[in-house]
Design a protein around this ligand. Sequence first.
Ligand SMILES: Cc1cc2nc3c(=O)[nH]c(=O)nc-3n(C[C@H](O)[C@H](O)[C@H](O)COP(=O)(O)OP(=O)(O)OC[C@H]3O[C@@H](n4cnc5c(N)ncnc54)[C@H](O)[C@@H]3O)c2cc1C
Length: 432
Amino acid sequence: MSRPVIVGGGLTGLVAAERLAVHGITAPVLEREAGPGGVCRSVEADGFTFDLTGHLLHTRHDPVRDYLRTLGVWDRLREHGRRAAVVIGGRFTPYPVQINTHALAPEVRRDCLLGFVRAWAAGEPSQEPGSFAEWVLERFGEGLARHFFFPYNAKLFRIAPEELTADWVGRYVPRPSLEEVVDGALGLHRGRTGYNATFRYPARGGIRMLPDAVAARVPELRTGAGVRRISLRERWVELEDGTRLPWSRLGATCPLPVALDLLADRPPAEVAAARWALRWVSVLCVALGVEGEAPRPEHWLYFPDPELPFYRVGFPSNHGDVAPAGCHTVSIEVALDPDPGGLETVADRAVAALARTGLLDPSRIVVRRTLLVDPAYVVFDRAWRDAVPVLRGFLERHGVFTAGRWGAWNYSAMEDAILDGFRLAERLAEAG
Ligand SMILES: Cc1cc2nc3c(=O)[nH]c(=O)nc-3n(C[C@H](O)[C@H](O)[C@H](O)COP(=O)(O)OP(=O)(O)OC[C@H]3O[C@@H](n4cnc5c(N)ncnc54)[C@H](O)[C@@H]3O)c2cc1C
């Protein structure tokens, strides 16, 4: 008898299977990698623990907090007040930069302040901006655009801000008030630290503690079980070793383009066209274990400077117990095109560039791992809005429910993956 099957043992797929199990339904989870967790897994090396770049937990929803308590995870997390900075022209100023320009060079501060005041005086921003560039200019003004938002996002998404839409930004980049911006330029903080001011992280070890806790409750988790074909007409999945599993409904938490590329059936032309419209970037995480104290107190730093190959650098041992005594960890993030080659060369350049900033002494590196996340960020260009419903709708009509950050082809976080897992379990449990 066929039953629901889940492709992908990341957080979304694990949570869906765990929820189904609570309702007496065993859905096999098929995971390509040797262990569960997907992008939330952690890698151990010589006493260091590395996440696939910083994975910090923000929870806004009570059902998610309750779920983490049920799993026994909540009490093993420690709360931290965010310490993050933006580095412009070699100067460090607290994040978010729009309400913290005070530590920047006077000319940069003037540009940012004047630009914001002009944008603010121009009135309410439009609800449907034509591009990310327009969205930034209307809300933050020309100075903040030029010194931070444009170069930073061009480096991260690898396309011009004019080609990006603002479909993803609302929740992540709120507009400050005029008072906040003026206070921020003058260094008058009044205790404000901005949004997302706290996060949680495991008191011991890396973020894998979270997916591991879910995986322990999944009745049928098959790791090293990559899916190589999906038949919509006959409703089976075929594993790399040739085994076929029938399914009643399929949960696809693997990336949306992967699900489409695995189809044994030829999709209609409009679906094929929408698949090829999807764009994304990968991220190379250069994870370092380094002797001595971390060079800065921050948890992470943003680098908009186009001359530097990385967009963000973290010091995870500043918030986690992830390094042996007397050492610290560094996580350098470089955005690349999909399926990039020459990763060690990219990592060499990133390490050399960080050394030039004075934040790393390469002679004190004791461990280095290059960890690729591909896909890492969906590129929200103009094709995204039309393509995604076509693709997800087509799959859903055939009983395939896509979910998770890359399954739904969106920009979201671990809390969303948990909520997506809840919803996916409901869809898979429905008779179909
Ligand atoms: C650089 C970066 C930093 C991030 N930082 C944070 C953060 O600080 N806080 C936060 O909350 N969130 C963060 N996130 C987001 C977080 O990683 C995701 O929300 C979460 O991992 C999504 O889980 P998922 O299960 O949907 O996807 P995934 O973890 O990608 O799971 C999908 C799984 O499918 C598997 N798979 C793919 N193809 C196949 C196949 N053919 N057969 C079988 N299995 C397959 C993959 O191996 C993978 O395990 C970050 C993401 C990135 C890229």
